[in-house]
Design a protein around this ligand. Sequence first.
Ligand SMILES: Nc1nc2c(ncn2[C@@H]2O[C@H](COP(=O)(O)OP(=O)(O)O)[C@@H](O)[C@H]2O)c(=O)[nH]1
Ligand SMILES: [Mg+2]
Length: 359
Amino acid sequence: MEAGIIGLPYIGKTTLFNALTALGVTSDGAANKPNVGVVNVPDPRLATLNQFIETKKIVPAQIQLVDVAGLVAGASEGKGTGNKFLSHVRNVDALLHVVRCFEDTNVPHVNDTIDPIRDVDEVETELLFADLEVVENSLKNAERKARTGDKEAKQRLDLLQLCKDTLENEKPISSLGLNEEQQRSLKSFAMLTAKPVLYVANVGEDDVDGSNPHVTQLREYAEQRGRPVVEVCAKLEAELVELEEDERAEMLEGLGIAEPALNLLARATYKLLGLQSYFTAGEKEIKAWTIPIGATGPQAAGVIHGDFERGFIRVEVFSIEDLEQFKSEQAIKQAGKLRVEGKSYVMQDGDVCHFLFNV
Ligand SMILES: Nc1nc2c(ncn2[C@@H]2O[C@H](COP(=O)(O)OP(=O)(O)O)[C@@H](O)[C@H]2O)c(=O)[nH]1
Ligand SMILES: [Mg+2]
């Protein structure tokens, strides 16, 4: 899975990137070269599995993060560093839109004052313009193809026209509620405003108790638009990122931060994208796999390998609770709790699986 970090300049995007990846980059996500890093998705269930199943290695799920330059009003007309760098986040699954909620006179603000809603609107307007540019550049070609009478080409043209109208009315493409087929048809255009968005409220070091009025404002605004908000203090977390996980969590708690930003953001991103995890666990490795909620057994197997999906026969499943209760897979089986599920099985979050397949 991939997530793009966007927002105005000087709001803590790169600081957040460092807080999450521990890469300590100093380059400010320059226009032609984004910062890219991979983070492990924290999941305590992996350690629980390892309490009962010995293994050589533990492999968490991962999220690739892309940190780009800041957008400013007029970026589509070349202001600031322009908007070409948005190409680096055109193929991500979700956008983490960082919003400055911290006050610090030593850090300049492109609009002088702290005003999360104004900032969000400014960035989102630029995303609309960037998509509009894509649509306008694609229309001629789409019109030519539609004239050949090809049905799919005609549908795609209609869809592009609909996108154009929507964007011109200052609405994101996500507001259209496109069905799966329509989404597929638009996929190659990689529209930014079609992507799920999570707002990251970046608060100051002395302001982590959840009472920051800018965050309250942002939360209200986000709620009206059905978008989640995660509150973090990027600067504090970036300073503590060198510490061991346990020590860091302890330090953060002492500072009034109940959970590290990575945990909060990973969980919120999974929820935003409708994702869940299942596990494979054996002596070679214990591994987390990411699948959409509602995925069937064969679809889950397909995440490991396409052949597993095609040749799927059945899946043996147990839950982590079963493992905690019976202490070993053998004991689960003896207790008659090892389930055998077929092609139509709908996966449950946290299933531990052995797939049987035929290639
Ligand atoms: N006081 C304070 N400064 C912050 C915070 N987050 C980021 N900064 C500072 O803001 C400046 C710009 O941060 P940076 O991450 O480079 O912003 P970007 O342009 O959005 O990537 C840096 O000097 C950071 O140390 C914060 O929570 N509090
Ligand atoms: Mg930056």
